[in-house]
Design a protein around this ligand. Structure first.
Ligand code: GLN
Length: 277
């Protein structure tokens, strides 16, 4: 099997299985296995895969055809220009979440203390620490398995961060300048309709935001008075239809200058506010 044949076969197999972006995924898997890039694949389409590469590629295409996420095969996902390890215990970092990180970065100061609530893979906290000066950060998550992934990501990226197993604020003692969170926010009844890649392979506990999708926002807001310094900021990622509801909740809990920021698709994505109480 040469590159071109491998690519055509992979693309065809994924298309038949109803995988969205079949073409892209076939190419990315082939590139990953052969340690090559797009141009090499195109220009050297007649180059043969080794026996080992072929077996691995066929195995990955078969798994991807069963709707296992691409990132669970490669074991990684790019986020904010950094490579994060992922597995089935963490939400795969989403491009939309980069908007949240960029919002925080726009306003954060050197030396800020940051709490990332529901840290998962650690992608938010570790990106913020990587792109800032002298900031200190804690990532909290209820899942020990997720924290193991976050810790490994910190080690690989060479970033100092503290990861803490905590059911929301349960084990958090300090006050922070910034609290940031991409909590689970999908309404329970909608979860059954999600694509197989998400529904069957990503942790339900990272997705399920309760009956109205707002359970975690309420709980996190309840903990903020005790854990945000005066003049501190709170940043939430939200679902596209939760902007108004979360803004109202934040105002009800005493936040000032609450604003909703949109993503590249023009949809509400981030709600943030200041704590002056
Ligand atoms: N903070 C992680 C992320 O944004 C995990 C979020 C979650 O599990 N809901 O990817």
């Amino acid at each position: 099997m040469n590159y071109k044949e491998g690519y055509d076969w992979g693309k065809q197999s994924l298309e038949t299985a109803g995988v969205s972006e079949a073409e892209l995924d076939a190419r990315l898997l082939l590139e990953k296995i052969c340690g090559t890039d797009r141009n090499t694949l195109l220009v050297h389409g007649d180059r043969l895969l080794t026996e080992e590469e072929k077996n691995r590629y066929q195995d990955w295409i078969q798994k991807r055809a069963q709707h296992i996420p691409l990132q669970h095969l490669t074991g990684e996902q790019e986020f904010m220009g950094l490579t994060f390890l992922v597995n089935g215990h963490v939400l795969i970092p989403r491009q939309d979440t980069e908007i949240l990180v960029e919002e925080v970065m726009r306003e954060m100061m050197d030396g800020s203390r940051i709490l990332d609530m529901c840290t998962g893979s650690g992608c938010i906290l570790l990106s913020l620490l990587h792109y800032s000066n002298d900031c200190r950060g804690t990532g909290a998550d209820i899942s020990q398995e997720a924290l193991a992934v976050a810790g490994e990501n910190a080690r690989r990226l060479g970033i100092q961060a503290c990861f803490l197993r905590s059911d929301l604020f349960e084990k958090i003692e300090d006050k922070y300048d910034i609290i940031v969170s991409n909590p689970p926010y999908i309404q329970t009844r909608v979860i059954d309709g999600l694509m197989d890649e998400v529904r069957l392979h990503e942790p339900l506990s990272a997705l399920d935001g309760g009956e109205d999708g707002l359970v975690f926002y309420r709980k996190i807001l309840e903990g903020c008075p005790e854990h945000l310094v005066r003049g501190g900021s709170l940043y939430f990622e939200i679902g596209y239809d939760q902007g108004e509801a979360v803004k109202e909740l934040m105002e009800k809990h005493g936040f000032s200058e609450v604003r909703v920021t949109k993503d590249f698709a023009g949809l509400d994505r981030v709600v943030s506010g200041l704590w002056y109480e």
